[in-house]
Design a protein around this ligand. Structure first.
Ligand code: IPD
Ligand code: CA
Length: 276
């Protein structure tokens, strides 16, 4: 059993988040000027200067506190630090919602997850920081989920017609999966997608929305590693689209599909409509 206690993870991750906030300021959109592309990151998307600045801000702080770890980042890929890099795995999406950030849309986040193995089920701490609104979601395995220090809980509403449901339809291959969603879409009156899936999962965790669905098999595990724990620790449900437990390798190239809901009843309703 690897050691994961006796380190104040919350303080370390909060320092990472503070540094990200400071370092990204100079990249905020000022005029009608978009940031240049810097080529593709490890996750396959175009990197922007702000993505690299945020990643550096996180790594700089981590190196001040933990000497050995493996970084699993959407931008730089997998990098080992120190003599014992398999001690901790730090999975980061330095900026989730880069498109929002560069367009000046106030919805983007930074996500950091800690685990003892490079797999989703081994995540024991997760932080997602809403960088525009300066709100921080944090969960520690077995200790619940919190936003700015306050315990959060998901929605207990069971009704789908009143539900606000996040649905990521961003894909060139929309015709391949939209069929599976038709019955669900017909039952929901309030569909949303804000453009930063880690943060949208935190909205399920704190009951802002009732569910969030991404069945594109396109989202990387680096994007949801922290939010996965936050949803679970808040008391929400997150599974594969067929209702199985969610498990995957933490890797910038590993993609995943999932359904997250505030409670098991609404989750079952959604699963039955997605399968129908
Ligand atoms: C993106 C956001 C977006 C989702 C994309 C992701 P990124 O994350 O989460 O909502 O539709 O698939 O790539 O690229 O800004 O980290
Ligand atoms: Ca990103």
């Amino acid at each position: 059993m690897k050691m994961k206690s006796r380190i104040d993870w919350l303080q370390i991750l909060l320092q990472c988040q503070k540094n990200v906030n400071t370092q990204i300021r100079s990249y905020l959109k000022t005029e009608n000027q978009l940031q240049p592309d810097l080529g593709r990151g490890a996750g396959g998307d175009q990197m922007k200067p702000v993505d690299l600045a945020a990643e550096k801000a996180i790594v700089d702080v981590l190196l001040q506190h933990i000497v050995s770890f493996t970084l699993i980042s959407e931008e730089s890929g997998v990098k080992e630090f120190g003599d014992d890099p398999t001690k901790f795995y730090v999975t980061v999406d330095p900026i989730d919602g880069t498109t929002n950030f560069v367009h000046g849309i106030p919805f983007y986040a930074s996500s950091i997850a800690l685990s003892t193995r490079p797999s989703l089920s081994a995540v024991f701490a997760g932080l997602v920081s809403d960088l525009f609104h300066d709100k921080t979601y944090f969960a520690l395995e077995g200790k619940g989920a919190h936003c700015d220090g306050e315990r959060i809980r998901p929605s207990s509403s069971k009704s789908l017609d009143k539900a606000v449901v996040g649905l990521d339809l961003n894909s060139f291959k929309v015709e391949e999966y939209s069929f599976e969603l038709t019955h669900l879409i017909q039952k929901i009156n309030h569909i949303r997608h804000f453009g930063a899936n880690a943060l949208e999962l935190c909205y399920v965790a704190d009951g802002t929305t009732d569910a969030f669905i991404d069945i594109r098999e396109k989202l990387r595990t680096t994007d949801i590693a922290a939010a996965f724990l936050i949803v679970k620790e808040a008391g929400g449900t997150i599974t594969t689209p067929s209702g199985s437990p969610l498990e995957a390798k933490l890797d910038p190239k590993q993609t995943i599909s999932f359904i997250a809901s505030g409670n098991t009843q609404v989750h079952q309703n959604i699963l039955s409509l997605v399968k129908a």
